[in-house]
Design a protein around this ligand. Structure first.
Ligand code: NAD
Ligand code: ZN
Ligand code: ZN
Length: 442
């Protein structure tokens, strides 16, 4: 099959690799009809996440058609349409039982690596480095989905791929970010970053009752989308104004009740802090750039919440702990517990309360993944979100947008599905171990 593979910093290639196959009773093989590129993929693309290996298959936002199920999967059958959550969770461990799915302790066979870096390990994640399991990802024609009896949600009505694809990650991520803000009537929520996660955080903050949402970025098309499609009341260009000053003015000097950092470790900042972070990183004194997070902590009102869906991998320098403690802030974060939100958010989509497809600006064939990464990373052609269609050939102009040209009902292609190898072997080892319990020995 074809898959988009990582080869190094800003080097991804679409290659022919071995087809995935069932190796555990609770596996399913999914033929992927739609898959997206996430801001989290950019952290891999830009070389921020350690333990990537050449040939690793990228991608953790995907959906498709079930081609094959293992004997332990009784809730899915061949031909079902499913969306697959990016965290891999067993459904039965201490954390899964507490609804903390991204902390599942049975799905990262490389937990020992993660423990060295973070003290404890999160769950395994598709296509997201060997730190979180080395699972083959979903920017491919097919994927093996471990614990398929727990994760995938069936799409049984006429909703298009584009309406439901983002249940796999960014819609629940934006929603959890807003939910973590514990929004009260009358609240003002400020959102740093108007990428896909920021857009859905804005939508969700409004759904959860925020009176005013202020969105921050520097790309006009993203700010426009935040206002016109996501429902932000006000947008601010951080390259043009002093964000903390303006937020003070807008909130009578008190600060926003909650601040969402939907930027993460590659924050861009103008001025002295931007130079500081770039210099520290160049000297390897910090791994992540914490500009947006620092600003959010500084801006938040006393006793407020700083909610961090943005991903950080390692260390940030100069965290304003004084502000944090003396203002009695609450910091909430995490890889999203996607499983928790699948059903309720699908219901909102079914009822027409939400149509997440508004963020899609680019629809490309899988073959075009290398260009797609460049376009998304550099925000060329006003790109906000790219969806790749593995069954399409690369005939289309990259700038086609806002028209559902591909639809979701692609023809079935062959599924060899029997030989492991390449990255699949890594994922295979992962799930083999994972199925047997907590594994810290790989
Ligand atoms: P993206 O790269 O498209 O968006 C990031 C946005 O932040 C960009 O529009 C950029 O211009 C803006 N930005 C950069 N510096 C800024 C600053 N100083 N102030 C305000 N805005 C700034 O990515 P995305 O797909 O929206 O993802 C955003 C973050 O969420 C990433 O870190 C990603 O890894 C993370 N994420 C987390 C989860 C999770 O489970 N927690 C899931 C998906 C994505
Ligand atoms: Zn993602
Ligand atoms: Zn579990």
């Amino acid at each position: 099959m074809k898959a988009n593979c990582w080869y190094g910093t800003t080097d991804v290639r679409v290659e022919n690799v071995a087809d995935p196959h069932i190796i555990n009773p609770r596996d399913a093989i999914v033929r992927i009809t739609s898959t997206a590129i996430c801001g989290s993929d950019l952290h891999l693309y830009d070389g921020y996440i350690p333990t990537m290996q050449q040939g690793d298959i990228l991608g953790h936002e995907f959906m498709g058609e079930v081609m094959e199920v293992g004997p332990g999967v009784s809730n899915l059958k061949v031909g079902d349409r499913v969306v697959v959550p990016f965290p891999i969770a067993c459904g039965a461990c201490f954390f899964c039982k507490r609804n903390l799915w991204s902390l599942c302790e049975n799905t990262n066979p490389n937990a020992v690596l993660a423990e060295k870096l973070w003290g404890r390990s999160p769950c395994g994640i598709f296509g997201y480095s060997h730190l979180v399991g080395g699972y083959a990802g979903g920017q491919a024609e097919y994927a093996r989905v471990p614990f398929a009896d727990v994760g995938p949600i069936k799409i049984e009505d006429g909703l298009s791929d584009e309406q439901v694809l983002f249940l796999s990650d960014i819609l629940p991520t934006g929603y959890m970010a807003a939910e973590n803000c514990r929004i009260q009537r009358g609240d003002t929520v400020a959102v740093w970053g108007c990428g896909p996660v920021g857009q859905f955080a804005i939508v969700s903050a409004k759904l959860l009752g925020a009176e005013r949402v202020i969105a921050i970025d520097r790309f006009e098309e993203r700010l426009r989308m935040a206002r016109e499609r996501a429902g932000a009341d006000l947008t601010l260009d951080y390259s043009a104004v002093d964000i903390n000053e303006v937020l003070d003015d807008l909130t009578g000097g008190r600060g926003p009740d909650a601040c969402i950092d939907a930027v993460g470790m590659e924050a861009h900042l103008p001025g002295v802090w931007g130079l500081y972070d770039r210099a520290k990183k160049a000297m390897r004194l910090e791994t992540d750039r914490g500009g947006a997070l620092r600003q959010a902590i500084q801006a938040c009102r006393n006793g407020g919440v700083v909610s961090v869906p943005g991903v950080y991998g390692g260390l940030i320098d100069s965290m304003p702990m004084g502000a944090f403690v003396n203002k009695a802030l609450t910091l909430v974060s995490g890889q999203t517990h996607v499983h928790r939100y699948l059903r309720p958010l699908l219901e909102r989509i079914q009822k027409g309360e939400l149509d997440p497809s508004f963020i899609i600006t680019h629809r490309l064939a899988l073959d075009e993944a290398p260009q797609a990464y460049e376009i998304f990373k550099h925000k060329q052609q006003e790109c906000v979100k790219v969806v790749l269609k593995p069954a399409e050939r690369s005939a289309r102009a990259p700038s086609e947008r806002h028209d559902n040209v591909f639809g979701s009902g692609n023809g079935r292609s062959a599924n060899g599905g029997s030989n492991g190898g390449g990255t699949e072997q890594v994922g295979g080892a992962a799930a083999g171990a994972a199925a047997t319990g907590r594994t810290t020995t790989h």
